[in-house]
Design a binder for this molecule. Structure first.
Ligand code: HEC
Ligand code: HEC
Length: 226
């Protein structure tokens, strides 16, 4: 199912590239004028994509969208060029779930969580795509919570930043409340992270109790301080 979506997205990308000349240089990032800055890409990935996707190299554990290491590991093993993976990621960033949901014949699929289009744009999108293509499925440990231990800031960046604003973590998400404004106390964060909310997923079982304490301690100590 997912693979079908991917193939479709790749096809759509060719058409999109024809319409958007800016996209044409993307396949040749290494030699074209549009050099990708993977460091910028990593930073943006942490801010915009991490809460929904697992990517071991970035230390992120999001589970709302597919695990990107798993999504691209097979392609990589089969010798799929890095530039092709990059184009698939770039198409996904530009199109989000929208066109897939529109064109799919599977009703089941449309009820799945969706990815907004254009979370990053222009050169930033190229940088994120290049970064993901350079690390996804390279065989690092699957982004298990153990890879970040009990570093509250790292847990926050990997699991919360895409949805929440928190200046100390460089997070600018707007899906959930601005934590700098909310300044939640420790117990409130522990409760919310453990049980989730109407939209926010529960992290019980995804993060260990020690990690929930660590991220709650981090949030309650830095919120509103910057
Ligand atoms: C709000 C959650 C959310 C955010 C934020 C998000 N995604 Fe997604 N992403 C999803 C979901 C859900 C899917 C699967 C459904 C779909 O294809 O739209 C997906 C699919 C993908 C895929 C396709 C994977 C495959 O198996 O083919 C890629 C690549 C991807 N996202 C990259 C990104 C990047 C890069 C960012 C940051 C710019 C990002 N996503 C931000 C939820 C999200
Ligand atoms: C997919 C988006 C999303 C992610 C990921 C997410 N949150 Fe939330 N968060 C929300 C939303 C939306 C709300 C508002 C309540 C609701 O509808 O769930 C919220 C509410 C909160 C609140 C306020 C609770 C209250 O008592 O008002 C805190 C604190 C919080 N989140 C912390 C976190 C932390 C820490 C993480 C990471 C471990 C996290 N969130 C991950 C979307 C998210």
């Amino acid at each position: 199912m997912r693979r079908t979506g991917r193939v479709w997205v790749s096809g759509a990308g060719l058409a999109a590239a024809a319409l958007l000349p800016a996209g044409c240089g993307v396949g040749g990032v290494a030699n074209g004028a549009q050099r990708a800055d993977t460091q910028n890409g990593q930073q943006l990935f942490t801010q915009k994509c991490a809460a929904c996707h697992t990517l071991a190299a970035a230390g992120t554990n999001g589970t709302i969208g597919p695990n990107l290491d798993n999504a691209f590991a097979v392609d990589r093993q089969q010798g799929y060029a890095e530039s092709s993976i990059e184009n698939v990621v770039l198409d996904q960033i530009r199109l989000g779930s929208g066109p897939i949901a529109t064109y799919t014949t599977s009703k089941k699929f449309t009820s799945q969580p969706t990815m907004p289009a254009n979370l990053v744009t222009g050169q930033d999108a190229v940088d994120v795509a290049a970064y993901v293509a350079s690390v996804a499925g390279t065989g690092g440990p699957a982004g298990s919570p153990s890879s970040v231990g009990t570093n509250g800031a790292a847990i926050f960046k990997g699991n919360c930043a895409s949805c929440h604003t928190l200046a100390d973590a460089g997070a600018t998400g707007t899906v959930g409340p601005d934590l700098d404004q909310l300044k939640p106390a420790l117990a409130r964060v522990v409760r919310q992270v453990t049980n989730g909310g109407a939209i926010m997923p529960a992290f019980k079982g995804k993060l260990t109790p020690a990690q929930i304490q660590a991220v709650a301690k981090y949030v309650s100590s830095v919120a509103g301080k910057k």
